[in-house]
Write a protein that binds this ligand. Structure first.
Ligand SMILES: Nc1ncnc2c1ncn2[C@@H]1O[C@H](COP(=O)(O)OP(=O)(O)OP(=O)(O)O)[C@@H](O)[C@H]1O
Length: 231
């Protein structure tokens, strides 16, 4: 269906800890995400939220099951094809996807376009527009260490938008922020979603952020326990 941007079917993930010791983290997840939707994934620590986001974001392969992004069965691709596809279709605001410390804000934002083969000169106008959009037009030459935590996360959001991806995945995006900065980031996500129709899938413990999603997907014991629709 055209308005389904992502579909996950029967996703299982097993981590082998030794020859006979396994951890069955995801036990058959089915999920459809509509274009332009904000979906929050919630659940206790260790429930498998990050594991699921990594699989939906094609960063990790499931032990079983399929993921379709824009109708494409992503895990049929080779690692090289998948990396190119990912860079075009998916933006990440992950804690481990840190900004590159030796590059300025505008260079960090331009990076996904440069990975896709553009020069900095070709990418810099859009990178500037995006930084302006996240309220950082006067910080473009700052390196990450010269930015506050909230500002760094806004640079990460601008970077995630650089290649106009279909989907932005965020793992605890406001996790390291104080409540005021967290609130500002939540406002920004909702604003970008409204303005650009950008799809967001966000794993979070933050109830205030989850409440702003169109749907909240709760994971318990490796399965979807319930899906709460807003309003
Ligand atoms: N690479 C790995 N190898 C082995 N076990 C792993 C690996 N990655 C995650 N796990 C385990 O899988 C389970 C789910 O981890 P995951 O990070 O997905 O949880 P989470 O719901 O995101 O938790 P949190 O809210 O604390 O971030 C945990 O018990 C974790 O220890």
């Amino acid at each position: 269906m055209k308005n389904i941007v992502l579909r996950a079917e029967n996703i299982h993930k097993i981590f082998w800890l030794g020859r006979n010791v396994k951890l069955h983290v995801l036990k058959g997840i089915d999920l459809e995400v509509k274009r332009g939707e904000i979906v929050a994934i919630v659940g206790a620590s260790g429930a498998g939220k990050s594991t699921l986001l990594h699989i939906l974001g094609t960063l990790d392969r499931p032990s079983e099951g399929k993921v379709y992004v824009d109708g494409v069965d992503v895990f049929q691709m080779s690692d090289v094809e998948l990396a190119k596809f990912r860079n075009r279709k998916i933006g990440f605001v992950f804690q481990f996807h840190h900004l590159l410390p030796e590059f300025t804000a505008i260079e960090n934002v331009a990076m996904p376009a440069m990975i896709a083969g553009k020069s900095f000169n070709e990418a810099k106008d859009r990178a500037y527009e995006l930084l302006k959009e996240v309220g950082l037009a006067d910080r473009i030459e700052h390196k990450p260490s010269e930015l506050s935590g909230g500002e760094q996360q806004r640079v990460a959001v601008a970077r995630a938008l650089m290649n106009s991806p279909e989907i932005i995945l965020a793992d605890e995006p406001s996790g390291n922020l104080d409540s005021q900065n967290a609130e500002a980031l939540h406002d920004l996500i909702v604003e970008l979603n409204k303005k650009h129709g950008q799809t967001f899938i966000i794993a979070t413990h933050n109830e205030k952020l989850a409440e702003r999603a169109d749907r909240i997907v709760k994971i318990v014991d490796g399965k979807i326990h319930e899906i709460i629709t807003a309003g």
